[in-house]
Design a protein around this ligand. Sequence first.
Ligand code: B16
Ligand code: MG
Length: 215
Amino acid sequence: PVRALIFDLDGVLTDTAEGHYQAWQRLADELGVPFDRERNEALKGIDRMGSLERILAGSGKMLTAAEKLEAASRKNGYYQDLIARFTPEDLFEGVRDLLLSARQAGLKLGVASASRNAPALLTRLGIIDLFDHVADAGAIPNPKPAPDIFLSVARALDVPAPLCLGIEDSMAGITAIRQAGMPAVGIGDPAILTEADAVIGHIRDFRLDRFVRPA
Ligand code: B16
Ligand code: MG
């Protein structure tokens, strides 16, 4: 039986996936490199600098290391402006109830977000205290699609990986969960999240009793 739920944040608990997209689109337009929603799909779950490298790859645009740092921090500024006014109202429907009933059922809860903004965002959303552990994205050696971040949360929760259920909206994240030896629930389009064990359209449709059998 599953003993822990490990959630991705952006695009799973709240709609920041759209904010990341908008911020990257603005930066790409300023840099004059091609970018659109379809290219953005492959960036979901990818860390900030990794995302910038992917946007630049094949565009013909060359930036120095210092210019890359500046561009990444400019994107982060755009993103932070978008999330500055987030409140608990911005949680996806059903999230708070899901977290509360999972805790009531005795499950451990963790967050495995690649975002360095995750702790601040969870605080703004009013749910940080519902989690037993939130990964420190800056301290994880290999980013998604490597399994490291999910394994580090499982370790902190003291639950063996196969007894953790990972919940993700990104291709990179689903790969990371499967590499970690955990079952994966995708949130989004089953035609995109093909590696997931199950895919649901929205977190509000997550039924605890479907995925978590009583011990
Ligand atoms: P930051 P997740 C990821 O969060 C986002 O999906 C991805 O678009 C973003 O580039 C990454 O966090 C890094 O975020 O720039 O805030 O550190 O989906 O893993 O919760
Ligand atoms: Mg995500």
